[in-house]
Design a binder for this molecule. Sequence first.
Ligand code: UGA
Length: 458
Amino acid sequence: SGAPRPRLSFLGTGYLGATYAICFAELGYEVIGFDIDEAKIAKLAGGAVPFHEPGLDELLRRNLQSGRLRFSTSYAETADFADVHFICVGTPQRADGMGADLRYVEASVTNLAQHLSRKALIVGKSTVPVGTAEWIEQLVSKHAPAELGVEVAWSPEFLQEGFAVEDVLRPNRIVVGVKSDWANGMLYAAHKGVFDLAATEDREVPLVVTDFATAELVKVAANAFLATKISFINAMAEVCEVAGGDVTQLAKAIGYDPRIGNRFLQAGVGFGGGCLPKDIRAFQARAQELGAGEALRFLHEVDLINLRRRTRVVTLAAELLGRRHGPAGPDLSGTRIAVLGAAFKPNSDDVRDAPSLAVAAALAKAGADVRVYDPEGMGNAQLAQPDLTYTGSMVEAVTGAELVCVLTEWAEFRNADPVQIGELVANKRVIDGRNCLDATLWAQAGWQYRGMGRPQPR
Ligand code: UGA
């Protein structure tokens, strides 16, 4: 309403960039999505979202039709089209396993800068080590025509897979790191659609305007906090396991304190995905480089607690199946195990660093005949772990199994009928790796039930 809106580009149409491009077109902006991957761009331009995200397909088609949204593999076209360019390319874990690999950031910024022919704002969004915005500024001053006065800013994103559309349209905050009033004004205009939508719904979206370093740190600090919260409750689960307590009740009880809060206190097989595990490692590496390694040493412990949950499932499996631990771990040869879940969380087809797949692989390595099923993640799982055996349905996975492990809390598994499943398996043993089943119901149906950090039901 009123002031003209800047035209926006999103460079990198992976999960992050594609979602933003589509949602900002929905908010009324003229948007271009850029990627070097022609197949990806062709797919998006044809109205197909290349990954699973609820609600996004419909928004893509609607905004392609409206003409507000286009896709391109041309840096020249992208540079020419937009006033504000968001860098959304991937920042994978480096081969050494710790720091972030910035080659895609470097390539996209360099190429974009070389093609610019008027003043523009380049905004970093990818998750990066603190200091990257300053480095991008140097890249820009080296590659963009000096007389244009191209500027840089930083604006982290906090979207969760499965809720990405809501998280972009209705974020709980917007953070911008800027160095000038011009950049601040451009970024405000670039987010005005978000503020306007909030106003029509009688909400407010807090805006935090800060420096580059803080804006970059906000992102990794938030993810480090969330990872710590999950590992905290999983540490409590470990203690509950030896003390005979119930971590689900403990979480509920401490969560009533608003200073603690009840969200992200779900004990289980731990966190996975493309963000939390990678981010806490990269954050430690960066702090180390900056001479503040000690400050983040606890994140190493957070990582270890998280990985121990995976081992715990394997140990529990051996225990339930009556197998002994050898020096090299349990021997599960000759056993049949159904693993329900491959995605790192429900409502996602993402299997990156998924605890479920890691556990399935460990069970198979221990000699078990493992059958994996996931409602959405099968394609990605087959690519990531081609040696595992996959089935086309839950029924197929559990038929003949001596143990069922529920490792991703899909509704299909949560709502499964223990009586019906019980008729298919060879032995009624279940590990509820997400504490998502009704323990009493399963026990009543004759199952030996084991949760994570909770006693056996009576
Ligand atoms: C996470 C953050 O939640 C987002 O805010 C952030 O923007 C995003 O990373 C990112 O950096 O891009 P996401 O990876 O989609 O989002 O997934 P989460 O919902 O955070 O779940 C992460 C993992 O933690 C999952 O494996 C989930 O099963 C696990 N988890 C979550 C638990 O084990 N317990 C909980 O209580 C909550």
